[in-house]
Design a protein around this ligand. Structure first.
Ligand code: ADP
Ligand code: MG
Length: 851
């Protein structure tokens, strides 16, 4: 079979295609379209819902270039990479236009506004585990935030990884399989495997993670000669991951990222760690249904700007253990709580502030668009007002933030003078430099206006001269300027007109004078466009010269935004400023669950009082009141109560105020939260195994500084197994020491309450219910002492079980509870097992179960 000859253009296509990484769609610019060919066309048409066309021997599918951003976003969301091949010269008829690869977009490296969520960071991360060191590097290319972390085990880094939730992960080839095997044999937690399964993973060869090379790459990219200024040693193993990351970004951008200026090491010593199960269980970033709605993040987010929302999320990712920083945040909120007027004033001003950080990121990474530069101008215009409003807080923590806001009067003046009010999105459109900014440009534009006038004069003159009333001068891309005469008037056309084209309804002509003018017009337009682009480049570089000040200003505004939002929430929901200290105690008066409280209020249309959240006190300490065992019927409010203590503690360590009338929080180092298997529906794992796994993790890692929330642990197995495990877990947490991790344990095992008799730091509590004619009413109050009954049947009735079923259940219960087997019943009931009792013997060491 004779080999088919391929066209020069297809040759060009294959040359580009050959060098692309796997899983990459190539978008090949052809006139006004980006085309995909062959297999890419088939995949692309499916993925993007566009038409697939069959050519002689290949498939083709195209998207209009002006809609490309949208389609690319869709492909990235599906985990694809997209390579853009553009025309890099003006096409000339009959000649193959030069094309080259401009960029490769990947889920983690895209920075276009429409392809990333504005109120969240968009991270790319690289992760590695070797020689007993786990290392992680992550980067938000859109904002320039760049961090590393290292730990002795993979499990210590999965919390960070889950919290930053990167869009794409870089790992060494084959590692994922190795980790899967490790998870399988139990040497690491399976969280990492779950995590990798839900995002785009890109494999790189191992040498890309070399530490020495990585250190060099990091220094080159940041433009520094050592990393001491950042407190990072050049042997830091995480620099291997950082190097892999930068290499990958540079390869995809086709140039070194230009908005990176610093790198930070994330240290678990300064941060309060929350592992993935705790994040899920406390619904920090997402509710158990997987939505933002119902999460803590949503409940405490009243930011006005996207940058503010991102800062809030960053703070929640890394709660603090530094009193200084926490008090700075608390005090800022306090100042604003006292001035609601200032809050709404600042929030109003913030509405006109644009996302400076991300705009800078795009400008620095060569994505330039006039409207975005206008965004910097608009932001600068708000700064004097914001500083003015903040000036009333002289001497407070807010004042110090205000100092970081730099109004940059010179740059502001320049951008206001240089840019038009309304700006196009596209540089190629022209028309963005203001009149009066540049004399030369004004002259060029005047010339264009003159030329337009000349054309309309010509039209009038020619109509007059030839007597053709409907003679028109028109323009199109193919022929330039021409005179159009309709069929009926063709007889009147003077002989110096040169025919260019015959139409159905008439003909098109040019004249010598018109051709001459056309040249002048094109020339003037080209000149003015070039001049505009030059001037724009000048404005951009003037802006980038101030990028450090702009970034610092943006960060200060984002913080103020978070504080204004917190102050508003604090006033709206009656939060208090918690006292923070280094003691081992947590004392909360009239605490509430921040999310449930808001949901109840929103649900209750008119039923506010019946539905209002019932506050409760809590008082724990590592050395005295260490373990609280909470019993009470289903639906009483146990889970809500124990979580509210964890959330209040967490909020305090983010620097926010908390939902309580007063609180004193001794800073904790970790919060653990686990739910008994059958409640953890979101995961659908071999649930009991997972539950025990996680419990083991807590027992191994909790310190006296930790706070532990256990909800119905032991439920995932048979009653006696579960009870035994719960029993010994509690014992282990208490131990024979003088203090231990503060623990709230909600359980339906009544038997556990007996532990109080010999564990002196354990206390029984219950969530009270009232009985009312054999019905129960939930009062949601946590009281001292164990619950006496479980009220299961009453709860079942409230849940709508049919009356006959309820009656029968009562009958059976009575029989089971009675030692008298002769109770008369209407039909046989199951034989009660001899009811086993737990006996607590006097001798502590010989505690025996089920004696
Ligand atoms: P349990 O864990 O005891 O079964 P939950 O904590 O799940 O009970 O609470 C059941 C429901 O009761 C929650 O969905 C919530 O709407 C409501 N609830 C819980 N605590 C309170 C409270 N303190 N005030 C008002 N309603 C509450
Ligand atoms: Mg519960």
């Amino acid at each position: 079979m004779a080999k088919k000859k391929i066209t020069p253009m297809m040759q060009q296509y294959f040359e580009v295609k050959r060098n692309l990484p796997a899983n990459t769609l190539l978008l090949f610019r052809l006139g006004d379209f980006y085309e995909m060919f062959h297999e890419d066309a088939e995949i692309g048409s499916q993925l993007l819902g566009i038409t697939l066309t069959k050519r002689s021997d290949y498939f083709m599918a195209g998207i209009p270039y002006h809609a490309a951003e949208q389609y690319i976003g869709k492909a990235l969301q599906a985990g694809k990479k997209v390579a853009i091949c553009d025309q890099v010269e003006t096409p000339k008829p009959g000649k193959l236009v030069k094309r080259s690869l401009t960029r490769i977009l990947t889920p983690g490296t895209t920075i276009e506004d429409s392809q990333i969520e504005s109120s969240r960071n968009h991270y790319l991360a690289a992760f590695e585990f070797e020689d007993k060191v786990a290392s992680l590097a992550w980067l938000d290319l859109s904002t320039g935030e760049f961090q590393i972390a290292q730990a002795r085990s993979i499990d210590d880094l999965t919390p960070v990884l889950t919290a930053i939730d990167p869009a794409e992960m870089l790992v060494i080839e084959g590692e994922e399989n190795r980790w899967r095997a490790m998870a399988h044999d139990g040497s690491i937690h399976d969280e990492l495997i779950h995590f990798l399964a839900t995002r785009a993973v890109t494999e790189l060869p191992g040498f890309r993670f070399d530490i020495d090379a990585g250190a060099q790459t990091v220094m080159d990219t940041l433009g520094v000669i050592n990393l001491e200024g950042f407190g990072i040693e050049k042997t830091n193993p995480a620099l291997g991951s950082a190097g892999a990351l930068l290499h990958y970004v540079t390869e995809n951008l086709r140039f070194q990222p230009e908005n990176l200026s610093s790198i930070r090491e994330y240290s678990s010593d300064d941060a309060l760690l929350l592992d993935p199960a705790t994040l899920r269980n406390l619904e920090i970033f997402k509710s158990t249904r997987g939505t933002r709605e119902g999460s803590l993040l949503q409940a405490i987010n009243k930011t006005t700007t996207a940058a503010g929302a991102r800062t809030l999320e960053q703070w929640l990712i890394a709660p603090q253990r530094s009193l200084d920083e926490l008090q700075r945040r608390q005090n800022s909120v306090e100042t604003l709580v006292a001035s609601p007027l200032a809050v709404s004033e600042i929030q109003d001003l913030l509405k006109s502030v644009r996302d400076t950080q991300r705009i800078l990121g795009r400008l620095q990474n060569r994505l330039r668009n006039p409207r975005e530069l206008g965004g910097i101008r608009d932001t600068l215009n708000q700064l004097p007002g914001i500083r003015e409003t903040l000036s009333q807080f002289a001497g407070t923590a807010l004042d110090r933030i205000a100092d970081r806001i730099d109004p940059l009067p010179h740059l502001s003046e320049l951008l206001n003078r240089g840019l038009k009010d309304e700006l196009p999105n596209n540089l190629a459109d022209g028309g963005y430099i203001a009149m009066g900014y540049d004399g030369a440009l004004d002259e060029m534009l005047a010339l264009t206006t003159d030329n337009k006038l000349w054309l309309s004069n010509l039209e009038a003159e020619e109509r007059e001269r030839t007597g053709i009333k409907n003679l028109k001068i028109k323009f199109n891309g193919a022929f330039g300027y021409f005179i159009e005469v309709s069929k009926s008037n063709l007889g009147l056309v003077p002989e110096e007109y040169v025919r260019k084209q015959t139409m159905v309804n008439g003909e098109r002509f040019v004249t010598e004078a018109l051709k001459q003018k056309e040249k002048e017009i094109f020339h003037a337009e080209e000149n003015s466009k070039r001049r505009e682009e030059e001037l724009f480049a000048g404005l951009v570089s003037a802006t980038l010269e101030e990028s450090a000040a702009l970034a610092q200003t943006a960060a200060a505004l984002a913080e103020i935004d978070v504080f204004c939002g917190w102050a508003e929430i604090a006033r709206l929901w009656n939060y208090c400023k918690p006292a923070l200290d280094e003691t081992d105690a947590i004392e909360i008066t009239q605490g509430r669950h921040p999310v449930v409280e808001q949901m109840l209020k929103q649900d209750s249309t008119g039923l506010a009082s019946a539905q209002a959240f019932v506050p409760n006190d809590s008082k724990l300490s590592a050395s005295e009141s260490q373990i609280h065992l909470i019993t009470g019927p289903n639906m009483a409010g146990k889970s809500t109560y124990i979580r509210q203590v964890a959330l209040i503690t967490l909020l305090a360590q983010v620097g926010s105020w908390v939902p309580a009338t007063s609180a004193r929080i001794g800073l904790v180092d970790r919060i653990f939260s686990r739910v008994g298997a059958s409640d953890d529906l979101a995961r659908g794992n071999s649930t009991f195994m997972v539950e025990m796994n996680e419990t083991a993790n807590i027992l191994n890692n909790a310190t006296e500084r930790s706070l532990i929330i256990l909800d119905e642990i032991g439920r995932g197995t048979s009653t006696y197994d579960g009870l035994s495990i719960a029993w010994s877990v509690v014992e282990h947490l208490h131990r024979d020491t003088t203090s231990g991790p503060k623990t709230l344990f909600a359980t339906h095992y009544q038997e556990l309450t007996q532990l109080a008799t010999h564990l002196d730091r354990l206390e029984n509590y219950s969530v009270a219910v009232k009985e009312w004619n054999d019905d129960i009413v939930f009062v949601r109050q946590v009281v001292k002492g164990a619950a006496d009954r479980s009220y299961g049947i009453q709860v079942a009735r409230l849940a709508g079980l049919p009356q006959p079923v309820i009656a029968r259940a009562k009958e059976i219960l009575q029989k089971l509870e009675s030692d008298d087997a002769t109770v008369a019943v209407s039909s046989p009931v199951p034989q009660a097992k001899p009811r086993k009792k737990i006996r607590v013997e006097d001798n502590k060491d010989q505690l025996s179960l089920f004696g």
